[in-house]
Design a protein. Sequence first.
Length: 376
Amino acid sequence: MPLDPRSLIALGGLMSAMMAVVLWVMRRNYPPSIRGLDYWAASPVLWLVATLLFSGRGQLSPFLTVVLANQALLLGATVYYIGSRRFLGHGGGWILWGSVAAASLLVLTWLTYVAPSYQLRVAIFALLMAVLYGAHLRFLWRHGGKGFPMRLVQVVLALHILVLVARFTSIVMGRADSDAMEPSHFQTAYIGAYVLTVLMLSIGAVLLATDRVRTELEHLAMHDSLTQTLNRRAIMQRCHEELERARRHGRGPSIMMLDLDHFKAVNDTHGHQHGDAVLVHFTACTASVLRSGDWLGRYGGEEFLILLPDTDAAAARHVAQRIHVLLQAGHPLDCQLSIGVATWQGPQDSLEAMLTRADAALYQAKDLGRNQTCAG
Ligand SMILES: Nc1nc2c(ncn2[C@@H]2O[C@H](COP(=O)(O)OP(=O)(O)OP(=O)(O)O)[C@@H](O)[C@H]2O)c(=O)[nH]1
């Protein structure tokens, strides 16, 4: 059943206003690392302007209700696309799509005043929006990843492209209405799809930003801020999980306790910032010799812990040897270190016992002159 276009447009305005408020509040409160939110917050404002102008059809001048109304719609979609680009760390977009918007302004003005044609205007505008949504969809497909919020935005864009193509086809086949406010099936589908798209794209932006904040908080909660390795709580959690797994499968891990040698002297001689740089260099080098299933964490100060799942004592010693060699390569930030290794001894073994053995082995390595590995 065809619905009244004016009511649908009013609904679209209401949705835009509500989502604009939500996104502006988020923009104010979310960390600045969530980029693109200001663009996403601006797009429902532009869509709201578009609906206000559309609803003035018959009372205000066609320049406002046709040319500028469509222009605000196009700009809202453009700004949303630029927001997605910023969110995913990409610049640009304005030169191309700003030029497209300027060209569309000229064409719409021409088809409203110089050579008036409702059909041609709708056909060209539908095509333009479909191309813009297509570019947006292609960008998200290439760079957006796989999470649910990203898939939601992609599906909304794809569905809206289908509606726009259907709209364009209906005009080309001469089966369209002759006025935007005519309550036809085409207008109901077209404006209804627009209202839903406004709502769903804004919800998509909310979900994307929230998902990103959650990921960032999880990262902060689990990682050391200087070295970006796991923090003490996270590496201990991994060790507990690995011992649980070892008890089920019968194959256990080795753990390594690493302590930089004479690190106090490094700080005292070259300053604390140099000491920090040494720690960052040390973790980057160490991480580069580990397998993808191994875990490196900061145990405290200049002490680190490595968890090597399913690794016997000989293999763990190999890894330790690789770390010693890599840190003697001649880089200005290279340091020497002592390592204590403990290997799982069977289901009766516990994490506390392994840590005690690794600690004792580390002290043995220090006592024997440092820059070496001992096993406990
Ligand atoms: N720059 C910097 N230094 C740190 C950090 N955390 C701990 N330290 C320093 O690491 C040093 C550890 O000193 P000690 O425990 O005496 O150990 P050491 O000098 O390495 O001596 P050995 O372990 O016996 O070889 C202290 O001076 C701490 O201030 C950090 O995040 N950055």
